[in-house]
Design a protein around this ligand. Structure first.
Ligand code: ATP
Ligand code: MG
Length: 435
């Protein structure tokens, strides 16, 4: 290293804007939440799938549709410097799951229920509940055509809210029908918008002939009255689409699931047909949609697979966890059962061996570790033990060790109570210290 290198103080590096570190204790809440989801998915027979975070850009352009917010302006796309491939950090994971299902012919022996968890990337303006790296958990049921699976996957999400102790969440549903019905509606919709061209904003004008359905989704207050009066897709549905929609509604009714029909619910991706739905709360400010999904019967064929029907949803982990912190029962922290106090470094080999035995018996144990200055006073070690949240201190003093024992002192309930136990029987008495 040259002298100039040594002299220059390195600029501190920070995370990319809109991309967050998830640190303890909050990371513990994430783990707890993910565990709850895994257990729930197992009860509904959904199995885990893990696909790459980077996919060919064409997958999203073809899958999501060229005239969507995501593909037009939110994707992190780049060219691989080594081979020129066009790649994109996944902005969502339905397209990736569908690619994997088609690539590995997963539907050869019937439908599959799958779920995933992981980071997604969208170049949006960061704000509360909206980040550039965020996390989704998604459920996808592929190879099933009936409204029963639509109802099942909605029930699955609803069960999750109840399990987390969440309230004030409403379910909105709609049917987008089939492509032919949408084409008919689209023609009427364009004609209607053209009659009201004076109130269309720039974005709406731009989308008029490419994706007029998305104009219904506008957040522009000035356009609301006009949008309210627009032709409703639901009025263009044929008998089959209506039967599917009625089937979903009947099964939700039979399960006591409340919902409202929102004829303007269109969703951001082009791949949806028939049932679409969103779970929305008023408790999170502007970013109130915590989970969204629907049926996408044409997507598999669209990306080159053998045609098969499918339905799915994705929830925003950051938004759901914010709601859990606001409304749910307190999230348990994984605190240690015991903290090992080590008055003298000579005891360390015995301490490490005993802690291994206790961990083997299933205890969560934290060891007091030496700093450059040594182990520190008993007083400072007890302070650290308290701060760790452990319910017991294990004191490996010289007296105790000479007798082949350790002192177990309670730090919480009945604080101060203590007893000596033989080191050789750590697995036995240790089991009694578990929370
Ligand atoms: P929004 O209308 O809020 O932009 P979206 O329609 O783009 O949502 P989806 O693509 O359907 O969202 O994703 C499903 C869920 O993922 C959303 O309901 C939301 O909870 C979450 N989500 C989407 N984008 C973000 C983001 N940038 N940051 C955090 N969570 C997000
Ligand atoms: Mg969005």
């Amino acid at each position: 290293m040259t002298d100039t290198h040594k002299a220059a103080k390195a600029q501190p590096l920070t995370a990319v804007k809109g991309m967050n570190d998830i640190l303890p204790p909050v990371s513990g809440q994430w783990e707890w939440f993910e565990e709850a989801v895994r257990a729930l998915m197992a009860r509904y027979a959904y199995r885990n799938i893990r696909t790459p975070i980077v996919e060919p850009t064409a997958l999203f352009v073809r899958g999501l549709g060229e005239v969507t917010d995501i593909v037009e302006k939110e994707m992190y796309s780049f060219e691989d410097r080594l081979n020129g491939e066009h790649l994109t950090l996944r902005p969502e994971n339905t397209a990736g799951v569908v690619r994997a299902v088609a690539e590995h012919s997963l539907l050869y022996d019937g439908g599959k229920r799958l779920y995933y968890m992981g980071p997604m990337f969208r170049h949006e303006r960061p704000q509360r509940g909206r980040y550039r790296q965020f996390h989704q958990i998604g459920a996808e049921a592929l190879g099933f055509a009936g409204p029963d699976v639509d109802a099942e996957i909605i029930l699955l999400a609803d069960a999750l809210w109840r399990e987390l102790g969440l309230s004030n969440i409403r379910l909105e549903i709609n049917s987008l029908g089939q492509p032919a019905e949408r084409r008919q509606h689209r023609a009427e919709l364009i004609a209607y918008f053209e009659r009201h061209a004076d109130v269309l904003d720039d974005e709406a004008r731009r989308r008029l002939h490419t994706n007029p359905l998305r104009i219904l989704d506008t957040k522009n207050p000035a356009m609301q009255p006009m949008v309210q009066g627009a032709p409703r897709l639901i009025d263009f549905l044929g008998a089959q689409s209506l039967a599917h929609f009625n089937g979903v509604k009947a099964m939700l009714d039979a399960n006591g699931i409340a919902y409202t029909i929102n004829p303007r619910l269109v969703r951001g991706m082009d791949y949806y047909n028939l049932t679409v739905f969103e779970f929305v709360t008023d408790s999170l400010g502007a970013q109130g949609t915590i989970c969204a999904g629907g049926r996408y019967d044409d997507l598999i064929a669209q990306i080159g697979g053998k045609p098969a029907p499918a339905v799915g949803w994705a929830l925003g982990v950051e938004r759901v966890l914010e709601l859990v912190r606001e409304q749910g029962a307190p999230i348990p922290e994984p605190l240690p059962d015991a903290y090992a106090i080590v008055p003298d470094a000579a005891a360390m080999p015995v301490v490490l061996r005993t802690l291994q035995t206790l961990r083997g018996a299933g205890l969560k144990v934290q060891m007091h570790a030496a700093s450059a200055e040594g182990l520190g006073s008993m007083k400072s070690q007890f302070k650290k033990a308290d701060a760790s949240g452990a319910r017991h201190a294990l004191i490996f003093g010289a007296d105790e060790l000479a007798a082949g024992e350790v002192t177990v002192k309670s730090l919480r309930d009945g604080a101060g109570a203590q007893a000596r136990h033989p080191l050789a029987a750590a697995a036995e008495w240790g089991a009694g210290l578990k929370a």
